[in-house]
Design a binder for this molecule. Structure first.
Ligand code: AMP
Ligand code: MG
Length: 539
């Protein structure tokens, strides 16, 4: 057993050196050592005060089976998969990670705009804190049984939602988007009852566990819960801890540092939102308990990918009334959520103005970054060359002509010399029939002329421009129907498609001609199918 914390540069490992096994790494707890724990260790639902977490236990699964392992993530960590039998024990919650005591984190949150009080990890358990390459990775099992935060729910997760989280976390990482990672997917062999349509007809589904990883799972709601309870002492402890471990460069905590901390969280969140808008990702449940303090995409529930460019679209059935979490509103919701975080931090700063200034800057920065991102998607890399009207008219046309976002931008990342060539892209990417589409041809022609005039001003060589466009306009994204096909097979114990999608999404910007079938519009059958168009929160 190797007892040293490893700091190996895995890229330079030569083949003679045996890579350290994941289970050989010794835990180095920060969170659960430095922060206050709930003194009660029994597992029953309760309010937990003056504590950041509760020790809890995983439930022993009936018949754990390792369905998939993210070899890419392990390779990036420079860690070997060890003996798979031993690994599945730990990754299914059957065994502990050495003598590490699993714990569930305490947090609150604003859900759909309302303060919901204490939420916490109702079905997630941290099972390790591992020092790897200078970082401290928290491993968390999602669906390993009830915790003190489970409220009325069971603490488990089903296979379909676990596949969606597993595939999407890794896909997002490969798209270059900050996210929690997924290490493994395990079936528990237990049945879990879920009413997927909330129609009063629950069904037994296969239970599963994703092991997800991040440097921290602290959320906006982790701070809000202390502020809501007027517990300034615990709030300060958690903020100071977060700065010490995750915002080290900010230095010793004081009022100024707290403001820098907030500013950094605002910038990271903004960066994440711009990425989501770039690739057409709709999170679906941007409650403040689902907002990572590190600006990571977290909690993959009823998410979706924009297909027919409807900015009003939300994949979440629970949100279909107000569409709070619709694609086109994600930046505003992020600001609203950041405002809740500012409120929570207020008692440490004791001044409204500097917090408000930071929030105001979010809005102006958003417009600049959004314009830059949108211009670069159409190959205009000197953002000032593109007028705001050029971008807004494009969005309006994409929407009116029901254009598939991924296909349009990718096909546009080619040498397009005239309107005829451009129109072929529109036909290929539109969900409308020819007749309906042709009603908009004149508007498209006008837009293309304006665009072409701007393009001529760009100093960049065409080949270089196309290369740069292809690096930001993905060819492959995890459309809901693709995930659903993998789920349908996996429920019948066939994991071939799951693995195929995992592999194609490893290189979303590469052509991968053998995977061309996944570069296609959503098929008609998927338009209304449960799990493909809209999703419930049942998971
Ligand atoms: P979510 O909408 O998935 O972010 O979940 C909101 C809250 O509900 C979090 O506190 C979760 O831990 C909790 N939760 C969701 N599903 C379950 C479940 N099956 N068992 C226990 N808690 C759950
Ligand atoms: Mg959540």
């Amino acid at each position: 057993m190797l007892v040293l914390a490893i700091s190996i540069d895995y890229k330079n490992l030569n083949k003679e050196i045996k890579m350290i096994g994941l289970l050989d790494i010794k835990n180095e707890a920060h969170f659960s050592k430095e922060l206050a724990s709930d003194p009660i260790t029994a597992i029953y639902p309760r309010e937990v005060t003056q504590a950041c977490f509760s020790f809890s236990q995983t439930k022993k699964p009936a018949n754990p089976e390792l369905v998939h392992l993210s070899e890419q993530f392990l390779a990036e960590l420079g860690v070997a998969a060890d003996n798979k039998n031993e690994l599945v024990g730990v990754l299914s919650g059957a065994e502990t990670f050495h003598d590490f005591k699993p714990y569930a984190m305490c947090y609150g949150g604003h859900q759909f705009g309302n303060w919901a009080g204490q939420l916490g990890d109702g079905r997630a358990l941290n099972i390790a804190e591992l020092p790897i390459n200078g970082k401290n990775w928290k491993l968390q099992l999602k669906g390993a049984g009830p915790t003190p935060y489970s409220r009325g729910a069971d603490g488990f997760a089903v296979l379909r939602s676990s596949i969606r989280e597993y595939l999407c976390s890794e896909a997002m990482h490969n798209l270059g988007i900050p996210t929690t990672r997924a290490l493994s997917l395990v079936k528990t062999g237990d049945l879990v009852s879920r009413d997927i349509l909330y129609s009063g007809h629950p069904k037994d589904e296969q239970g599963a566990i994703v092991c997800r990883a991040a440097e921290s799972f602290i959320r906006f709601g982790s701070f809000e819960i202390f502020s809501a309870r007027g517990d300034k002492y615990s709030l300060k402890k958690l903020v100071d801890y977060t700065i010490k471990h995750h915002f080290t460069e900010l230095g010793k905590p004081n009022k100024e540092t707290y403001l820098h901390f907030f500013q950094t969280v605002v910038s990271k969140t903004l960066e994440m939102i711009i990425h989501w808008q770039r690739v057409g990702f709709v999170h679906g449940v941007m409650n403040t308990d689902n907002m990572s303090i590190l600006g990571l995409t977290i909690d993959y529930g009823p998410y979706g990918w924009l297909e027919d460019f409807d900015p009003e679209w939300t994949p979440n059935t629970t949100d279909s009334g107000h569409r709070r979490y619709r694609f086109g509103n994600q930046h505003s919701v992020a600001l609203w959520n950041l405002t809740q975080l500012a409120n929570a931090l207020y008692s440490l700063v004791e001044e409204v103005e500097p917090l408000q200034e930071i929030l105001n800057r979010y809005t102006s920065d958003y417009h600049v970054l959004y314009h830059k991102m949108m211009a670069s998607k159409i190959g205009i890399f000197t953002a000032s060359n593109a007028s705001p009207e050029l971008i807004s008219e494009l969005k309006s046309l994409l929407s009116k002509s029901e254009i598939d976002m991924t296909i349009f931008y990718r096909e546009f990342s080619k040498e397009i010399k005239d309107f005829d060539a451009f129109w072929k892209v529109i036909i290929l990417a539109s969900y409308q029939n020819k007749e309906a589409l042709e009603n908009g041809i004149n508007a498209w022609q006008d837009w293309f002329e304006d665009f072409y005039a701007v393009l001529k001003k760009e100093a960049i060589e065409s080949e270089e421009r196309i290369k740069a466009m292809r690096a930001i306009n993905p060819k492959y994204v995890l459309r809901n129907y693709m995930a659903q096909l993998a789920i349908d097979d996996a429920e019948k114990n066939d994991y071939g498609l799951l693995d195929e999608l995992y592999r194609v999404l490893k290189k979303p910007y590469d052509e991968q001609p053998e995977m061309e079938k996944w570069f296609a519009k959503r098929p008609d059958w998927a338009k209304e199918k449960v799990g493909c168009s809209m999703l419930s929160c049942s998971s």
